[in-house]
Design a protein around this ligand. Structure first.
Ligand code: UT7
Length: 325
């Protein structure tokens, strides 16, 4: 039976110029390279400088993904930007990127699911493409979390970084079997009861300020592995596969210990896990497309392979996506 699948045609990434090491941070707050590496696996992160914003980083990643897909902006009729750090409260930063790409056709909008944003945006784009309403999508994750961090709070400011990643998707007809390219299954969840464990203490309608990120790290950690593994098991069940069928596991890059514990619990071999957290820190919605692009560029992820994505973040929100690359 003929069906439609969203096939990934290209990836792109963009990182701010400035790299900040743990040692540099230890001059700003009471921390150390040893503590940060041991607790998180992070060694350095990129931080946005003057002129670098969620829109400029997202635009650069989008252009790189289009070039990788050998497409032009005019070929795209759907742009979804996952971000929690938009350039403005409105309009959507996605429309700023659309305008900078020089296109007016189709639709562009932002989607906010914090660190799960890219998986939520990918799943949303997949629904648009497989419904037949749109043909080609740019899905971007772009963040400048450095601008919402409390730089006096050592328990959060050492964890995050800035950056952007993007993928281009195209709706293609196929027979719907697991061997064929495209997004095979996506699974999204949320539970708003956990709001106080990871949030920003400001907003237009509450404080009329941008606010700062607040996190009960231990509490987030306590829930993360269970939520991640649950939603991955949902993907395995829907696709009728197991951990050994996966070629690459590309998780949200929050903490090396969460990534390792999730892979171990699922029985995914650690040499199949793409890890970039040591170089990028936690870039929220940008972390998965940044990791995807790194693994495509260095030749690890190849066409025809089975790639599993997973993310968990504020809300809580969490989700998984299984893709035949
Ligand atoms: O992407 C969205 C989802 N976010 C996450 O997944 C983050 C999940 N949580 C985590 O990754 C970890 O909980 C952290 C990395 C945030 C913290 O690791 P932890 O092992 O849970 O440490 P902790 O919060 O229990 O803190 C242990 C100690 C405390 O000192 P005392 O009370 O034991 O004396 C903290 O004050 O480490 C101290 N500490 C630090 N020390 C040096 C906290 N931050 C720092 C720091 N440098 N930057």
């Amino acid at each position: 039976m003929k069906t439609t699948r969203s096939v990934i045609l290209g990836t792109g990434a963009s990182l701010p110029r400035r790299v900040v090491t743990n040692d540099e941070l230890s001059k700003m707050v009471d921390t150390s390279d040893e503590w940060i590496v041991q607790r998180t696996g992070i060694k350095e992160r990129h931080l946005a400088g003057e002129g670098e914003t969620t829109a400029t980083l997202g635009l650069a990643a989008a252009k790189a993904a289009l070039s990788d897909a050998k497409l032009e902006a005019r070929d795209i009729d759907l742009i979804i930007l996952a971000t929690s750090t938009p350039d403005h409260t409105f309009p959507a930063t996605a429309t700023e990127i659309q305008s900078a790409l020089g296109t007016t056709q189709g639709v562009a909008f932002d989607l906010q699911a914090v660190c799960s944003g890219f998986v939520f945006a990918l799943a949303t784009a997949d629904k648009f493409l497989t419904s037949g309403s749109h043909k080609r999508a740019l899905v971007i994750g772009s963040e400048t979390f450095s601008r919402i961090l409390d730089w006096t709070d050592r328990s959060t400011c050492v964890l995050f970084g800035d950056g952007a990643g993007a993928v281009v998707l195209e709706a293609r007809e196929n027979l719907g079997v697991i061997a064929e390219r495209g997004v095979i299954t996506t699974h999204l969840r949320s539970d708003g009861r956990h709001k106080g464990k990871l949030y920003v203490d400001g907003g237009p309608s509450s404080s009329q300020t941008v606010g700062h990120l607040r996190m009960e790290g231990k509490e987030v950690f306590r829930h993360a592995v269970g939520m991640i593994t649950d939603v991955i098991r949902d993907a395995f069940a829907a696709a009728g596969i197991g951990a050994s069928d996966i070629d690459w596991f590309v998780p949200h890059q929050a903490n090396r210990r969460i990534i390792d514990a999730s892979a171990d619990k699922l029985g995914i071999s650690r040499d199949k896990v793409v890890v970039t957290v040591e170089k990028h820190g936690n870039t929220s919605a940008a972390s998965i497309p940044l990791a995807l692009d790194a693994a495509v560029r260095d030749g690890r992820i190849k066409q025809g392979q089975l790639v599993l994505l997973e993310a968990m973040g504020g809300g809580f929100t969490w989700g998984s996506a299984l893709i035949r690359w």
